[in-house]
Design a binder for this molecule. Sequence first.
Ligand SMILES: Cc1cc2nc3c(=O)[nH]c(=O)nc-3n(C[C@H](O)[C@H](O)[C@H](O)COP(=O)(O)OP(=O)(O)OC[C@H]3O[C@@H](n4cnc5c(N)ncnc54)[C@H](O)[C@@H]3O)c2cc1C
Length: 453
Amino acid sequence: MDIYNFDKRQIPIIDKYDVIVVGGGTAGSTAAIASAREGLKTLLIEKYGFLGGSSTASQVMPMMHVNIESNPASSIDKEIRKRLMNSGYGAKDPYGNDGWFNPEMMKFVLEEMFLEYGGIILYDTDFIDAIVDENTINGIIVNNRSGLNAIMGKIVIDCTGDANVAFSSGVPCFIGDEKTGKNQAISLRFMIGNIDLIRFQSFLKDIGQNWGLDYPLIETAMVWKSGFPLESIFKKGLENKEINYEDGAYFQAFSIPGMPGVMSFNCPEIPDINDSINAEKISYSYQKGREMIQRLYKFLKKYLSGFEESYILSVAPMIGIRESRRIRGKYVLSINDYNNRSKFDDAIAKTAYPVDIHGMRAEYEVIPLKNNEYFEIPFRCLVPLNIDGLLVAGRCISSTFIAQSSIRIQPTCRATGEAAGIAAAHCIKYNIKVSEIEGSDIRKIMRTYGYNI
Ligand SMILES: Cc1cc2nc3c(=O)[nH]c(=O)nc-3n(C[C@H](O)[C@H](O)[C@H](O)COP(=O)(O)OP(=O)(O)OC[C@H]3O[C@@H](n4cnc5c(N)ncnc54)[C@H](O)[C@@H]3O)c2cc1C
């Protein structure tokens, strides 16, 4: 057996792959599917026992609309939506967003698609370190039930959300708002079951919520001092000391296709935690989040019609991180690209999703996108500086804090994942380095698969 010397220890090299994708979340599952679709021997490493990352483990749903007419999606994204829709676990709302999905079914669909292309998954496996030689990544060290092992790969794709592989390899990274160093607010999402959704919807109408959707797709929200009809009810809860002010800092809920009587809550936001790569603070956030969820649940059950017989169905196993480390790549997407509606020859994704920052006010000039205006993301944002053999996809691609707040939504992360998987295959097919890829070639391939980019 081959041996790799890691930190004064000799550990076995257990296998060799064309492509290793680290992190089987929103971008990672797509990257892995795209790589396996090209016929490459592809390994996907995931620390949980299922795929989907934020979309399943953090219960983040629905996917947002990219706010471009017809909601263009990359080819694998389209196939995921189609499979969910065909099985009754996806839905399209009247505003044309077909990104509503059932998180449990998402786990099945992602796994099934990757396995159909012959992909190999290692679940319950933690990425520990990168194997780097002469500024090129050649593999990774993982830890799982089999112990500490090395796995070699011709190309590694970092889809950990936190740029863990890039950071370990020595890629320069950004963190937080450039002015304050702070990260966006963190949320611990949860689900409530056995809600009488029809009664809840008429209750919302009775209190004056004249926006949103109709049963079975229901949504509601409340933010202090923003004029939401639910605010008077939250105020009552506050006066009666049943909730705290922090519990209503951001409140939002959506029903879920294929889960009658269930709503997913995009809250609570954990107060005063703006450091998403601090282990102690994240650990505290889970505890604080559960404390807030218990208060919120009791309050909703008491005050909202339709919640009388409800119960807490689940609290997300993975806390919701909106933004953390971002790589410094060949191109850094910035607010100028948003404001200028930038287009690129090597574009691999496009969006008109707004700047969406939680938990703080960022002081930057933002020129809101109007109808039919959008900007593009160049392939170069996926290519890190200093290290070859590595691609990065998902929310940690090369961008400034404020630009990231617009591109972090799931459809865009999926498009970056698909581009990375295709690019890995391109390197292997033409025997070129990641640093030598012409991004416009990747764009062309994405088009041939049916992405309108
Ligand atoms: C609270 C919240 C609400 C949001 N709301 C919406 C919304 O309504 N609609 C929308 O479209 N987007 C929304 N977003 C944004 C979107 O969900 C995320 O930005 C996107 O899913 C991130 O995708 P990703 O692939 O980069 O990361 P993830 O999907 O988080 O995937 C990262 C994966 O890497 C794995 N991983 C990490 N480290 C390791 C390691 N060391 N070893 C092995 N595996 C590892 C994780 O387990 C995970 O599976 C929201 C985000 C949050 C947090």
